[in-house]
Design a protein around this ligand. Structure first.
Ligand code: GLN
Length: 274
């Protein structure tokens, strides 16, 4: 007998919400349809697709990669295993950056290591007058970012390369009102790298393969050459890195250095002004 939605959701071993989301995607239907048709027989080949995804999810594959998307700042971003999955705590970085841009008309913005493009695109969509640029070392990531910018109708100029080296086609100039980054900040020996979603995400987006501060050092040290006077730098970092990042920001000559707590009460981002 053909399977129905109710049996598949109850019998697959996944949390209900995850099972529903995968089934909706496998059937290409919405939540209302699924509820209204929960006892209907479903096409075998769609059921097979669902079972395959459910099996992968049970083995630990992230929902965002199975669904191919994740919501961030109210926009749906396509994600592939070439990019980090956008995290809710990173919305704090965008919200803080946008608050700093409030009184700056037509600001110029740089997002270093953009991955899916989530940060740069969310800023560009919130501030259509901004000129937003973003970099990534990974050409595959830049492909995802370009597709997201295109789909969401955001104007973001993309550059390939390692942090500021991506801008090597021009001389360092104090042009940016804002530099933001969510760099790899997990130390090479952190056990979390072999747990949960992180096992499936690109290692280069997660860890600097050193003490966790390597990328943050490069980003902070390079910022003064590119920031306009009064321009802001905001970076995301690990739960225990805030004091060290504030020291880096101060050592780079930035003022008004401070950190902000995420919804979990963790100092998650730090920044300062030139
Ligand atoms: N916030 C991510 C995590 O700890 C790490 C992202 C990063 O290294 N930038 O799961």
């Amino acid at each position: 007998m053909a399977a129905c939605a109710r049996d598949l959701i109850e019998g697959c071993g996944l949390p209900r919400l995850e099972a529903r989301m995968l089934l909706e995607r496998a059937l290409d239907v919405n939540r209302a349809w699924l509820i209204a048709h929960d006892a209907d027989p479903l096409p075998d080949e769609r059921v097979a697709v669902f079972r395959e995804w459910a099996g992968r999810r049970l083995r630990g594959e992230p929902m965002a990669y199975l669904l191919g998307e994740r919501e961030f700042m109210g926009h749906v971003f396509q994600v592939t295993p070439a990019v980090l999955i956008p995290r809710p705590e990173t919305e704090l970085l965008v919200e803080t950056a946008l608050a700093d841009l409030r009184d700056r008309p037509a600001p110029r913005v740089l997002d270093l290591g953009t991955g899916s493009g989530a940060i740069a695109i969310a800023i560009a969509l919130a501030r259509p007058d901004a000129r937003v640029e973003a970099t990534d070392l990974s050409p595959d990531a830049l492909g995802v970012a370009a597709a997201n910018a295109d789909r969401l109708g955001a104007a973001v100029a993309l550059h390939q390369g390692d942090w500021y080296e991506a801008l090597k086609h021009r001389d360092a100039a104090p042009i940016y009102d804002l530099i933001v980054s969510n760099p790899p900040y997990i130390a090479a020996d952190d056990a979390h790298l072999s747990q949960g979603d992180l096992r499936y995400e690109p290692a280069t987006a997660l860890t600097d393969r050193a003490d966790g501060l390597q990328a943050l050092r490069a980003i902070v040290a390079g910022a003064p050459a590119w920031l306009r006077r009064g321009g802001a730098l905001w970076v995301e970092h690990g739960w225990d890195q805030a004091a060290q990042v504030r020291d880096l920001l101060t050592a780079a000559g930035l003022c008004g250095v401070g950190s902000r707590r995420d919804l979990a009460g963790i100092e998650r981002i730090s920044g300062g002004y030139l």
